[in-house]
Design a protein around this ligand. Structure first.
Ligand SMILES: Nc1ncnc2c1ncn2[C@@H]1O[C@H](COP(=O)(O)OP(=O)(O)OP(=O)(O)O)[C@@H](O)[C@H]1O
Ligand SMILES: [Mg+2]
Length: 519
């Protein structure tokens, strides 16, 4: 620890020999050590003058270590506690972590391990303290919509949502998985005049082709084997409401024809039925497939494509709008706390920097998942870098200047070739000017351009800083990673790889073995 004041460590154990030996090990590093001979006295000492770290024995006469841990942590959730035990049972480990211990250590002690553990715990303690008064970027109460985002690309998405809610225009939402397409569809519905009626989401990819028609349009009794009774389909159930066709690119051509009929005539027929049923349903479709390509390949009906694609909202990938990340993180944390799934409500500056720099391939869904996982394992009230999954901490994509190229959100409008029976569509078309304006505004956005170019020097500085935090020696890590990359880049050719690395083939083979690299 390179803090100016000596960190204080309290040892709570009823065995004076253990207190003595542990105290000697810790004092040898310059820590100020305080001792307590029982759980009760230890808890009192922590309340009176909280130390930076507590070593706490589990088995003590009187108050047990787990009880003492509960007392300590309930009065101060930030208190760092390391439990000590002579019995390494699964139960002890589970209990220790459940009640918020930083870690636990087995007796007899290995002095080097004690010191490494003390150092890690004190580092975490210092990081949590540095977070101080954490100011969340948002108040989740203000986001009843459930959609967060202050980046200009997201602001433009919100504007379009506002514009399409007044009418019944068909909206197609596209974008990578996890970018919030369904959230957008729900938001359009909530703000539309259809809000009092149903919103039904149908995942076209999840339902087998032979069942999808029955699912969407219903069926009559006896219309096919297994149709033992009449069934009302989603379109009928959703009358007056909004239907969300998820993964429409996966819909069979025969079903596409029937969807087209709903759009054109506002009517359906149950499978095996003769009756024509009028339905008033707004359709919002989503896909992450390239429908234009599918139209060319004749696997998606062109006329349906134009009907659906009246207004298109393309959701930007999360890595194209890193400015939104702190808000989304705060939003997730506040929701987790509200739902009592986690107690953690803060993230340290360093953690946030890692999250903001990461290239989120799985978009908001992946970020949400990482925040959840980390919040669950974090001790105290703050997520520290050590709580993040290893792959996020180590990701090469965390380099700032490797961020994706300039995002150009796409909000477009096409006018159907034939004049539709939907007056609403015309209304929407007349709103086209506003949408077109939005398109121009968004196309001019260049947030990523503000990031400095990546130079080798910057990359090395970054590596120096990041790898310095790990216990693994820096050179070993760099060597291992470089060997892996060069071997892969050379297609597994060891000779070529060794030439590029500037070592002999024999040395390369030896290092691959020594460093445990799998090639
Ligand atoms: N802007 C946002 N603010 C807050 N939460 C968001 C945002 N965007 C997405 N989410 C959350 O991320 C998760 C994924 O969102 P959603 O299901 O809408 O994505 P999707 O684009 O429909 O994904 P898929 O293509 O896999 O169906 C949800 O839990 C959603 O609440
Ligand atoms: Mg979806």
């Amino acid at each position: 620890m390179s803090t100016t004041a000596k960190p204080t460590i309290l040892i709570i154990d009823d065995d004076s020999e253990i207190r003595y030996s542990l105290s000697r090990v810790l004092s040898s590093r310059g820590y100020q050590v305080v001792e307590a001979p029982s759980g009760e006295q230890g808890v009192a000492t922590v309340k009176k003058s909280p130390p930076d770290l507590v070593f706490l024995d589990i088995r003590m006469s009187g108050m047990s270590g787990i009880e003492a841990l509960q007392h300590i942590r309930s009065s101060n959730p930030k208190q760092m506690v390391v439990l000590m035990t002579a019995f390494g049972t699964a139960q002890t480990a589970i209990e220790a972590m459940k009640y918020g211990a930083f870690d636990y250590i087995m007796k007899p002690f290995d002095p080097a391990k004690v010191l490494a553990l003390a150092e890690n715990a004190l580092k975490a303690h210092a990081e949590i303290r540095a977070v101080g008064e954490y100011k969340p970027t948002i108040n989740s109460e203000d986001y009843k919509e459930g959609i967060v985002g202050s980046s200009s690309v997201m602001q433009d998405v919100f504007k379009i949502i506002g514009q399409v809610t007044a009418s019944d225009v068909t909206v197609m939402v596209t974008g990578e998985s996890g970018t919030g397409k369904e959230l957008v569809a729900r938001s359009i519905w909530k703000h539309s005049h259809r809000a009092a009626k149903a919103f039904i989401a149908v995942n076209c990819a999840a339902i087998p082709d032979n069942l999808i028609e029955s699912e969407l349009f219903g069926h009559e009794k006896g219309s096919f084997t297994g149709a033992t009774g009449q069934r009302i389909g989603k379109f009928e159930l959703c009358d007056g409401g909004t239907i969300f066709l998820d993964e429409i690119g996966d819909m069979a051509l025969a079903t596409q024809t029937k969807i087209l009929r709903v759009l054109q005539q506002g009517e359906i027929q149950r499978v095996g039925g003769m009756e024509t049923i009028k339905v008033d349903v707004r359709i919002i479709a989503e896909t992450n497939k390239d429908l234009e390509e599918m139209v060319k390949a004749k696997t998606f009906r062109e006329d349906l494509y134009y009907r659906l694609n009246v207004v298109r909202i393309k959701m930007p990938a999360l890595r194209e709008r890193p400015d939104d990340i702190p808000q989304i993180v705060d939003f997730c944390l506040q929701n987790l706390v509200k739902q009592k799934k986690a107690r953690v409500s803060k993230v340290s500056t360093e953690t946030m920097a890692i999250l903001v720099r990461h290239r989120w391939q799985g978009n908001v869904r992946e970020l949400e998942n990482v925040v959840y996982r980390s919040a669950v394992i974090a001790q105290g009230d703050t997520i520290l870098p050590k709580d993040l999954p290893q792959e996020i901490r180590d990701a090469v994509g965390a380099l700032p200047a490797l961020a994706a190229p300039t995002p150009v959100p796409e909000v477009s409008m096409t006018v159907p070739a034939t004049s539709a029976p939907f007056d609403a569509m015309r209304t929407a078309v007349s709103e086209g000017a506003a949408l077109a304006r939005a398109k121009h505004v968004t196309a001019a956005l260049v947030p990523a351009a503000a990031q400095p170019a990546l130079t080798i020097d910057r990359a090395l500085d970054f590596l120096h800083e990041e790898l310095g935090k790990s216990e693994e020696p820096i050179l070993e890590r760099i060597e291992r990673e470089m060997i892996k990359r060069v071997v892969v880049a050379q297609g597994g050719n060891i000779l070529k790889a060794s030439e590029q690395l500037g070592i002999t083939r024999a040395t390369l083979r030896k290092r691959i073995d020594e460093l445990g690299i799998r090639v």
